[in-house]
Design a protein around this ligand. Structure first.
Ligand code: DC
Length: 229
């Protein structure tokens, strides 16, 4: 049966990446984490003191950035920035604190969207982000918009960070999440919004397995309908 494009958009920390990763693995699809791309750009900008208001500096920096995904020995997706594994570094709070600001820059978005479209030339992938169903792949066969209560999202992020050795106050994480929601949904350049034809999944009271099962079931239905048509 033919493979499809699955676009998962939604707020930060509502389970998009983990769900997308697991659903992709069990369907034999690849997984593309576009948030990791914006995080890698942010890390580069921080490390190289790129002034966000200087369009020349931003343009030069973007020309010097190569982002790739490689699978490690245990099958995990790892983000590489200019040949270096930055998977752990880009998840840290100092990067999260700046990423929404960086991803609101038009030049940054154009560069990333271009790269994402190239990565998605062959169907059979799950891509998660903020603008996948609206801008990057508006023709995706299955579009999902994920949401969850901000407090639950902060709590989930706290646990995730704790497993990586970062102990942070719930209030600080909640603050960061709320700030990112505002920037992500109000920026002029492709703001986070539900595509008209996206299905909403509210993960507040769902387990990860339930989220994954729901995505797989919906994808199966889309594939079946396509096959019957
Ligand atoms: O999914 P994430 O939390 O790792 O994403 C990090 C940030 O990147 C998020 O605050 C908004 C931005 N982002 C975006 O603007 N567009 C995307 N397609 C993916 C992420």
């Amino acid at each position: 049966m033919s493979k499809i494009i699955i676009a998962i958009d939604g707020y930060s920390s509502c389970g998009k990446s983990t769900t997308a990763k697991k659903a992709a693995a069990s369907m034999g699809y690849s997984y593309i984490d576009t948030g990791a791309m914006y995080r890698a750009v942010t890390l580069y900008f921080i490390q190289n003191h790129v002034s966000l208001s200087n369009s020349k500096e931003v343009e030069t920096a973007l020309n010097n950035i190569t982002i790739e995904f490689r699978i490690n020995a245990v099958g995990q997706n790892q983000t590489y920035l200019n040949g270096l594994n930055v998977e752990d570094e880009i998840r840290k709070l100092y990067v999260a604190d700046k990423v929404s600001e960086v991803s609101a820059i038009a030049a940054v978005r154009h560069a990333m969207v271009d790269q994402q479209r190239k990565m998605g030339k062959k169907k059979g992938f799950v891509m998660d982000g903020r603008d996948i169903g609206t801008v990057v792949f508006p023709d995706a066969e299955l579009k999902i918009f994920m949401t969850a209560d901000p407090f639950i999202r902060a709590h989930r992020r706290q646990i995730e960070l704790m497993t990586k050795g970062e102990v942070l106050d719930l209030e600080d994480i909640l603050e960061n999440i709320k700030k990112r929601d505002v920037i992500d949904t109000t920026r002029t350049e492709s703001p986070l919004k539900k595509a008209e034809d996206a299905v909403v999944i509210d993960t507040t009271f769902m387990t990860l397995d339930e989220q994954v099962d729901q995505v797989i079931l919906m994808a199966d239905m889309v594939v079946l309908k396509k096959w019957k048509a």
